[in-house]
Design a protein around this ligand. Structure first.
Ligand code: URA
Length: 187
């Protein structure tokens, strides 16, 4: 198993896919390296690419608000993405880009050893839960794999575009709070 230093160094100089040609920064991940909860988005946006940190743009501000509803602070969670470099014009990361990058996320999960992984949006859920995951039908559903509990919520960017999805996300957040209690996660 690679150490944090090896993983971060390899990721920081990665040229495994074409996204390396247009990136400003590699957005590795942030948060306590022993967090019980991990949030995984799809890939950096403009602000994240400029600042080198995940979820610091408008979607990130909404994520912070979502977490505060259940008294969960960003500082309690490890936050990362499926791909570490920004897809141009915020397009969806392509399958081969996800495949080239997923090894870094697997390394992060192996080192953090979270109890819970929350996928933010369809792309992360399809990669981490199951390839045919349907976010509209299956958000808020819990699945246990290898001792880790997985669920998915709408991506905060989707919630910025469509406020009608917010009540369902509120329910998903309450379900996350219940799971944190059930697993006796200390915050
Ligand atoms: N959207 C994502 O999926 N990840 C980020 O880091 C920012 C926006």
């Amino acid at each position: 198993m690679r150490t944090w230093e090896e993983l971060e160094r390899d990721c920081g100089s990665c040229t495994r896919c074409g996204l390396c040609r247009t990136r400003h920064s590699v957005v590795f991940g942030v948060g306590p390296r022993d967090a019980d909860v991990m949030f995984v988005g799809e890939g950096p946006g403009e602000q994240e690419d400029l600042r080198g940190e995940p979820f610091v743009g408008p979607a990130g501000m909404l994520l912070d608000d979502m977490l505060s509803i259940i008294d969960l602070g960003r500082h309690n969670c490890y936050i990362a993405n499926i791909v570490k470099c920004r897809p141009p014009h915020n397009r969806d990361p392509q399958e081969q880009e996800q495949e080239a990058c997923i090894d870094y996320l697997r390394g992060q999960v192996a080192l953090v050893r979270p109890k819970i992984i929350v996928c933010l949006g369809r792309i992360a859920a399809m990669k981490l839960i199951k390839p045919d995951f349907r976010i509209t039908r299956e958000h808020g559903v819990w699945t246990e794999k290898g001792g880790v509990w997985f669920t998915a919520m709408y991506h905060p960017s989707a919630l910025l575009r469509d406020v009608n999805k917010r009540p369902e996300t509120f329910e998903d957040l309450l379900s996350l709070r219940d799971k944190l209690r059930e697993l006796q996660v200390k915050l």
